[in-house]
Design a protein around this ligand. Sequence first.
Ligand code: F6R
Length: 236
Amino acid sequence: MKFITVKNYEELSRKAANIIAAQVISKPNCVLGLATGSSPLGTYAALAKYCDDGDVDFSGVTSVNLDEYVGLDGTNDQSYRYFMDTNLFSKINIDKNKTHVPNGCAADLKAEGIAYDKFIKELGGIDLQLLGIGLDGHIGFNEPDKFFTAETHEVKLDPSTIKANARFFESEADVPTKAITMGMLSIMQAKKVLLIANGEAKKEIIEKAFYGPITPEVPASILQLHPDLTVIYSEN
Ligand code: F6R
């Protein structure tokens, strides 16, 4: 594991964007695993600038996102599809048809999960997976549990996650209680994993996840077993 401590969010975003840009430059038809949330916003803004400046060409890239709320479709401004379209895809020259987010409105979420994993496998897996981390240690929406789940699956969101994500909604009651998330297998099979986290509030979970025991009670701790993991953390 490479653990990089930086001085602020701006530096974190720049470093993360540089790692992603290097991936796209060295393999223009790569598969990027992407995350939503507040952590990657600065990274996505930096990537948009690199694209604008003509330094990075995303036209050959395929993306697969980690997760989506159950019941929200892409036109809903709280959906993760909408987030990705707004904060990244509309700002870079990626082919929109090559961007993928699990369908939270699928009639059969189990079948959607199986199809999503099959699709990732057919792509040849993920070259670089970007992750944030929840205050309870979740990655994607793999919440603390008694076991790790390998496949893309439906999850009931932890009350602490609902509380944390309420900041994006009008009220806590509006936060969906379920999501569909990539499981640990596709994440762990990614050739490279890059996890970014910032803020004093994340310090404790970062220590637990990367310097504590590997346990499904702290889902991100499984990443300690990944052969090519980079963590970038900024306390500010
Ligand atoms: C989002 C995702 C989540 C977030 C995590 C941290 O696609 O998979 O695991 O990365 O909840 O969210 P922020 O960055 O908002 O603190």
